[in-house]
Design a protein around this ligand. Structure first.
Ligand code: KMT
Ligand code: NI
Length: 179
């Protein structure tokens, strides 16, 4: 399964793992409580994968594109990476499927602690609308991601603070509704 852990507080290179000492791993069901969903698929078969097709059909992800995150293939590489690693939310879910390479999605938990999620080839992750998050490459320095979306894609990021953003409010309310 995917590996996730609470991050340390050090401001060293973000591409390092940033484990706490001792390590504090975070189980998948804890991520699910935050609305973060995860699937393990076969990245070699993404063009014909029935499981991917079924997730896309069930959840209405009709839009798809591929993003190669490396200086040769991504325009304005440095600037984009800087923006990816700036804490933000979106008005919609963020759906990313890692086809090659690896990287870190960091999400805030209910106590505002950073959880680092290590995405590798075959990992499909859904971050709910309104969750504070950011992304960085790891020391392998390369990732190929599939982006999925429901309808016309909107990639707008709203940098923190966003406590009055409707998506943020709705996300916070989703916790109090659950008994
Ligand atoms: C985003 O909104 O694109 C991110 O959070 C960055 C990760 S996927 C390129
Ligand atoms: Ni994002």
């Amino acid at each position: 399964a995917v590996e996730a852990w609470f991050m340390d507080e050090s401001d060293e290179d973000p591409r390092l793992p940033h484990h706490r000492k001792p390590e504090e791993l975070v189980p998948l069901d804890h991520l699910a409580e935050l609305g973060v969903l995860y699937w393990r698929l076969n990245p070699k078969d993404y063009e014909n994968d029935q499981q991917l097709r079924s997730i896309r059909e069930t959840r209405g992800y009709n839009y798809m594109d591929l993003l190669d995150i490396c200086p040769e293939k991504l325009e304005n590489y440095e600037e984009k990476l800087k923006n990816f690693y700036t804490e933000h939310i979106h008005a919609d879910e963020e759906i990313r499927y890692c086809l090659e390479g690896s990287g870190y999605f960091d999400v805030r938990d209910k106590n505002d602690r950073w959880i680092r999620i290590w995405i590798k080839a075959g990992d499909l992750i859904i971050l709910p609308a309104g969750i504070y998050h950011r992304f960085t490459l790891d020391t392998s320095n390369y990732v190929k991601l599939m982006r999925l979306f429901m309808g016309e894609p909107v990639w707008i990021s709203y940098n923190r603070p966003q406590e009055d953003h409707p998506a943020r409010k709705e996300y916070i309310e989703s916790f109090t509704k659950k008994v």
